[in-house]
Design a protein around this ligand. Sequence first.
Ligand code: ADP
Length: 448
Amino acid sequence: MFSKVLIANRGEIALRILRACKELGIQTVAVHSTADSNAMHVRLADESVCIGPPPAKDSYLNIPAIMAACEITGADAVHPGYGFLSENARFARILEEHKVTFIGPSSHHIEIMGDKITAKQTAKELGIPVVPGSEGEIKTPEEAIALARGMGYPVIVKATAGGGGRGMKVARDDEEMRIALFTARTEAKAAFGNDSVYIEKYLQKPRHIEVQLMGDGKGNAVHLGTRDCSLQRRHQKVLEEAPAPTVPMDQQLRIGEVCAAAMRKLKYSGAGTIEFLYEDGEFYFIEMNTRVQVEHPVTERITGVDIVYEQIRVASGETLSIKQENVNFYGHAIEVRINAEDPQTFAPSPGKITFYHPAGGVGVRVDSAVYQGYSIPPYYDSLIGKLIVYGRTREECLQRLRRAVDEFVVDGIKTTLPLFQRLIKEPDVIAGNYDIHWLEKFLAANKA
Ligand code: ADP
């Protein structure tokens, strides 16, 4: 086991990792920008190192500064969390070269899954169902149009290097196809420095369903069931639940097993998530994330597996402690993302928290790194906490969520808590009857 882990992240996930390390008896090193000197992860870590000024590119994405922090503190492993450097194959490789363990998959697996065309081809070869589309990169409008006509419109143009919903454009006819190809390319070039795009069938009313996976790099892998993350705004998840409420359990277990078998074949190590769109009873692979996800706690709640603890264990060379036959699913869990944003306009709302009272009680977990008197800096994403509730049934879970959201107080800044107060009264949300477009439509209809 490691003796000292450097946590290359901030906010709630830095704290989540820190807690797992403490429980494992591992020393922790926090790194932080000058804007985060008073952050909770810095206060609670055994040691901390300032790695640069506020902009993420100069601090949390600053590989030389993080490598220097490893050197100074003698950390033997780095946990990247999510976002920032978590899916950066180059960072993983540099750590490998410096004999510091990257708590995550091999740089090779990050690379395969980071390029969407390669990821899709790999998924297909591993027997995972994919969205119908082009075999690889699309070069000319003529090629795109011929393919789209063959598949039938609408189609979606997606950036090979895509992420965060950027570089995606929908086309409903030949004319739109020409425009979509051009704009997706331009956007991808600007965002990722790579203008390679591909096309796939545009699914009209799918749900976003994902499978949580865990492997040990020795050919052992398990799935920890599904999550439904269909409630999204601008392709960003807002509420997640486990298990997926509308997919029959036997089908969930089947897709889980297909994914776990794929991970065994790849000898995948660490936590990973395979994301699917689900429409008319069929799963279609869209991408794989090679890291821990924001919404991992709902899976932890219904399986009893500590995902971050397992990540650290397998990275240190231990065998997976879980066997598929011992993974059981209990009840239902829902997570809502509390963002420092205006609940109507979603404009960021950084600033000082003047009063803070998190929800508590039976079946409630709060993962957050804020405290009363803390000032949320304007430089990073707006997630300030996650409220995770559990119930023996989905109905009980929703009742508890209602109570917990009412109890939660964050004063001094605007948060998305009022949005959840509205959402949990909606008949479609109560019934679990929503697709990936539901929230945008709800927000548009409730603007006035
Ligand atoms: P990113 O990596 O940018 O997040 P994804 O491939 O994961 O991109 O897609 C993000 C979201 O875009 C999905 O959750 C879904 O809402 C939408 N999307 C992606 N591909 C399709 C498709 N073929 N049909 C319909 N919607 C899609």
